[in-house]
Design a protein around this ligand. Structure first.
Ligand code: BGC
Length: 734
């Protein structure tokens, strides 16, 4: 008995030291940790307390050194640890030790549909953040891709809340396993950049619960995200940073969040209202004197006047200290233990993520993979063949240790055997000055545009004299960027014309799209025999795309968003409610976002959600369920075999969609409820079991103000994209 008690005491001490299980937020209170927090708070002056609740520079928060609380260090961003920024302005500190691993950006990473890669990414980011002495990394971004024009689509993940959630959770767990707190962002409804600091987002409770909230909820409840960043915009009339409904009711009361809510940089608007609404940490306010920030002297005064009870301040300080303890910030011996930077393993993780994100969209006559033994020359065309992307997009920019461009990739790997003929093909006419989060709007670049005749001619001639032509087209971070939305859906700089002209002279033309959001592909898909989506694909982009095009690697990526035929067919634009009017945006399309809209309205798309081809082929065996009748609390086991029937190693992403054919409310035609990326050698067969909780079939009932599963029949569709359904099964819910 004594031994048992001793073991319990030892475990309790261990948990206090470590703040609970590493990388997880224990739902249970940790009384010893809470005691330690209260003891620290009892020793603090009000000034010291408020010091923990606002920035003292661009990315730091004051500690209380006499109590062993160090300065807290935060950093961007979701696909790499950002270069060191000056303490008091947005300039770079020009360090020589802050070049980092640069991962594929959000949509690219989502296109891999691989939660294990997400976890690995988190781990690497955590190690590099620790190397840079950062305690909090400002990511991942999990907002929904609502419109193709959204400037930050490239930083987010997909149009589907389930896919977002499944990737955000392991990312956060991986990051936090390295003692770095995640800051899932931007909570809530930051789905456009136009008027992002003033626009009021209005959506139904159902759209909130079914589409815009789930990834945040999973990030908090399953991922255990230690912090969350409020969005700039308003939500139902109140700025997110002072919105009681989202920060208290949903986050703390419903989700049980015990971590830190912070503003986006410059996203605070009040002292008393924000303090009462549940904001903990004010960052980035554009007032030089930090003492004048909302949560500095004004908060002290609000406490003195009784407008804000001191217990509210204590609650916030406790939230900060809790995260600090959980990430070893208060333990100098352990704080930076898990640090490493730019290791070969980190670069391998970036490479693997890049390879798995690449999506093969069209491959007429098996033009791909290229048989390099039968090719003497390749024309490499397009501005994106040589453009670096790491240092763009504003706050998620990375000072990459290196970035292999597509041209470098192909030259390095094939240059000794094959003649590589490069021509720019089109010019980047936009002129946004990249580098540094200075809030500058890159301007109203529209799509389309004229080609310079000489530039076009050179490219066409280069394509004509080469065996193969590869055009690296798409966007860059003048378009896919924080702080402004795209002004049009068409590809800019006259690229479509370039592609059409090149296709005319070289029937073996491959178009590789480098972009982080949907672009108008209709004309390109018609003329190009092979189309590949290559993304802003991180530091290994050029190696990865070359290896996929030449068949060293088989493409396994799947589109994380639909590519509409035209902008006016996409839901927000069909309702003409992007980016809103008079600083209000109403999400009239409601829950019909992305494929939910296209499927339900039976609208064709150029490329559906979940779509992507391979160099090998797969065959599904018969789909079965463990039972035919279920209750709401059951989990359905959906089983089937998947066989690689081709000659190459590859992977298929088995996707399970669910439909509710008879329901008292409108339901989307189908919704993704499970998926698994299955890797198979040639000839190999695997048994796959997907576990799907019946509870996930629920819809948000506005009448009952809760999630409801109506009994009856549901249809399960096993698919390889939202439009390629292989088998269906019907089950009953009692
Ligand atoms: C962005 C955030 C970012 C912050 C700090 C803001 O402009 O919206 O995503 O983390 O700046 O750079």
């Amino acid at each position: 008995m004594k031994i048992k008690k001793l073991m319990t005491a030892l475990l309790a001490t261990f948990l206090v030291m470590h703040g609970g299980l590493q990388g997880q937020v224990s739902k249970k209170e940790n009384p010893q940790m809470e005691k330690r927090i209260q003891k620290l708070i009892s020793k603090m002056t009000l000034k010291e307390k408020t010091g923990l609740l606002h920035g003292n520079s661009k990315f730091f928060v004051s500690g209380v050194s006499r109590l062993g609380i160090p300065e807290w260090s935060l950093s961007d961003g979701p696909h790499g640890v950002r270069a060191e920024i000056n303490r008091h302005d947005w300039g770079y500190s020009n360090w020589t030790t802050d070049s980092a691993t640069y991962f594929p950006t959000g949509t690219a990473f989502a296109a891999a549909w691989n939660p294990e890669l997400a976890r690995r990414r988190g781990e690497v980011l955590g190690e590099e953040a620790r190397f840079r002495k950062k305690d909090v990394l400002l990511g991942p971004g999990v907002n929904i891709i609502r419109s193709p024009l959204g400037g930050r689509n490239f930083e987010y993940m997909s149009e589907d809340p389930y896919l977002n959630a499944r990737l955000a959770v392991p990312y956060i767990q991986g990051l936090q396993s390295r003692d770095v707190a995640a800051s899932v962002k931007h909570y809530l409804a930051n789905n456009q950049e136009t008027n992002r600091t003033t626009v009021d987002v209005l959506m139904s409770e159902r759209a909130l619960r079914e589409i815009y909230l789930p990834a945040f909820k999973a990030a908090v409840e399953e991922g255990g995200s230690y912090t969350i960043m409020n969005a700039y915009n308003k939500f139902r009339g109140d700025w997110c940073s002072e919105n009681t409904y989202i920060n208290r009711t949903l986050l703390r009361d419903e989700m049980g969040f015990k971590g830190v809510t912070m503003t986006d940089w410059g996203g605070a608007h009040s002292t008393v209202k924000a303090a009462l609404a549940g904001l903990d940490l004010e960052m980035g306010t554009m007032v030089d004197d930090y003492n004048q920030w909302y949560f500095a002297n004004p908060l002290i005064e609000a406490v003195k006047s009784g407008a804000v009870p001191e217990s509210i301040v204590d609650e916030k300080v406790a939230n900060v200290l809790r995260v600090m303890i959980q990430t070893n910030v208060l333990d100098p011996k352990k704080r930076f233990n898990k640090a490493s930077m730019n290791t070969p393993e980190h670069q391998q993780a970036a490479y693997q993520s890049a390879v798995e994100s690449i999506v093969l969209l069209k491959n007429e006559n098996n033009l791909l993979p290229l048989d390099v033994n039968k090719i003497n020359s390749i024309a490499v065309l397009g501005d994106n063949a040589t453009r670096l992307h790491a240092n763009g997009g504003l706050s998620s920019e990375i000072k990459a240790l290196y970035e292999i461009t597509p041209l470098q990739g192909i030259q390095n790997k094939l240059g000794d055997r094959i003649k590589i003929n490069y021509a720019q093909g089109y010019e980047k006419l936009s002129t946004f000055v990249e580098g540094s989060n200075n809030g500058q709007n890159p301007g109203n670049f529209k799509g389309g545009g004229e080609l310079d005749k000489a530039v076009l001619k050179e490219a066409v001639e280069t394509a004509r004299k080469s065996d193969i032509a590869i055009i690296y087209a798409g966007l860059n971070h003048d378009y896919d960027t924080e702080s402004s939305d795209k002004q049009g859906y068409a590809l800019p700089y006259g690229q479509v014309q370039l592609i059409q002209e090149v296709c005319k002279v070289n029937p073996r033309t491959i178009v590789v799209i480098i972009a982080g959001s949907p672009v108008d592909m209709a004309a390109i898909d018609i003329c190009a025999p092979a189309v590949v989506w290559g993304w802003f694909n991180g530091m290994e982009a050029g190696n990865a795309i070359t290896d996929v095009l030449t068949g060293k690697e088989t493409p396994t990526g799947k589109m994380p968003f639909s590519v509409p035929v035209s902008l006016d067919q996409s839901p927000a634009h069909a309702y003409n409610n992007f980016p809103g009017q008079d600083l209000v945006v109403r999400y009239d399309e409601d829950i019909l976002v992305g494929y939910r809209w296209f499927d339900t309205k039976k609208l064709p798309v150029v490329y559906p959600f979940g779509y992507g081809l391979s160099y090998t082929s797969f065959e599904f065996g018969q789909m079965n369920t463990d039972k035919t009748e279920y209750t709401v609390n059951d989990s359905i086991e959906v089983s089937f075999t998947l066989k690689n029937t081709g000659l190459r190693k590859g992977a298929e992403v088995a996707q399970l969609y669910v439909s509710d054919p008879v329901c008292s409310v409108m339901r989307p035609a189908k919704e993704l409820k499970a998926f698994e990326k299955v890797f198979l050698n040639p000839g190999e067969t695997k048994e796959v079991i997907l576990k799907v909780p019946v509870g996930s079939f629920a819809f948000w009932s506005e009448a009952e103000n809760k999630f409801v599963v109506e009994p009856g029949e549901f249809i399960l569709s096993l698919a390889t994209s939202a439009q390629d359904i292989k088998q269906t099964l019907r089950i009953q819910v009692k």
